[in-house]
Design a protein. Sequence first.
Length: 270
Amino acid sequence: MTTHRRPASASPVLGATELDRFHRLGYLILPGFLPAELVNRMRSEVDRWVDDGLRAKSIAAAKDPGTHGVPPVVELELPAHGELVTHGPLMDLLEALLGTEFVFHHLHSDRQAPDLPGKPWHHDYEQGEGSGRSPLMVHTLHYLDGLAEDTASLVVLPGSHLEETGKTARAHLGTAVLPGEVVIDRLPPGSTVVLHSALFHARRTKDGQSAKPRYFVDSSYCQTGTRWPPVKPYWRHILNRARELGLGGDRPELFAERHFTEFSAHGAMS
């Protein structure tokens, strides 16, 4: 059991110790990082996203764009989701990790059902082998209700982001316990875990099944200076909608198309 608490007044700005820890271990835990008011609005939007079939339509469009085209709504068009993507303290955190210029990669949102199976060990770094894990890509995992004994756990393998291996190199292990792993299973509402995208991690259920839904939002960002493979065929539409909504503010590179290659189904994820 890993319990994490962070004083409400703690600064989100990273110091040298936190930066060194991130680069060595590949993750940071930020308990209670998101304000309660934003979390409450996010939660309502996730319910709409799932219950109105918007998530299902998004997945269908990603898997079969020829049939489904562009979905009627993308996540960042939901007001609180759009706010989360450019949340001020999150931008400060990312600037400390990625530098002054970085680009939004994707946003996934879900209310994971209690009977959802675990997700095997994997990583999500989008540059191919030979990159040396540079430039940097990060995933920010937001747990709206936190993590507790009645929800699935996040499990990470510290230091594994330094290996240059494929995304599914440990998938054959399922969600098995691995030497050196860290189990993150106690977090207050609105907590965020920042992963180096090449860090191996898994979703592990409790006794095969959880007791309640798990509200989960994943937003990802990349250093500029190279082109990144997008993960959704309608990625240009997403970036365009972000610009139309004015989400980029004074960060013109945040939703710039020039930082991406063309879509390839080989690297896509749902």
